[in-house]
Design a protein around this ligand. Sequence first.
Ligand SMILES: [Zn+2]
Ligand SMILES: [Zn+2]
Length: 198
Amino acid sequence: MENQFLVLNTMLGVLIALIVLLILVIIYLLTSRRLKDDISQTNNQQQLSKTPSDPLLHPNSSQNSSQVDPTTKIAEGNCHFHDELRGVGICSICGATLCESCIINHDSLNFCNEHFHLFLSNNWKVIEKVKTTPDQAHLGHYLYNFKEYLWNTLNTPSYIIVNYKINVEHDSIESDIELYGPEAETEALQKDIQKFKH
Ligand SMILES: [Zn+2]
Ligand SMILES: [Zn+2]
C-alpha cells in the first residue's frame, strides 16, 4: 500500500514537472515571436522613413537623376581611360567615369589623376550654397547647370559638395548643396551664377 502510494506520488511529481516545462516552452516561444515581430516592424518603419526620394539612397531613381550630385552619382558605363574596366565613380571636376585604379578619393570627393592635381594646386571657395528638401530638389538645379556651363564653355573648374542632414522634427532629409570654384574668381563667378537662378 505504502509502495503504491510512493509510485503514484513520483508519477504525479514527474507529470507536474512536465507540465511546468511545457508552459515554460510555450512562454518562451510566444515572447521570442513577439520580439521578432517587433524587430521586423521597426525595420519596416525605418525603410519607410527612408523612402522619401533621397538621391543618395536611391541613386538609380530616374525621377531625380538630374538633381543627383555628380560626386555621389553612381558611375555609368566603363572607365574613360580603360574601355574594358567598369566605372566605380566620376571625377568631381570633369565628370569622367573612372575605374577602381583611376579614381582618387580625397576628402569624400572623387577625382581623375589630372584634376586631383588641379584640386590640390588651387584654393577653393564657396560660390553659392543652396538648402533643399526632397520636395524642393529643383532649387539646387541651377548649381549643376552653372557648373556644367563653367566647364564646357569657359573651361573653369568647379565642384559640388552635398551634405545630407536628417531633420528629425519634420522627418525629412535636407541637403546643403555647395558649389566651389577657384578662389581668385569668386566674385566674378558669384555674379555670373545669378543669371542661372530662376
Ligand atoms: Zn577629371
Ligand atoms: Zn581606368
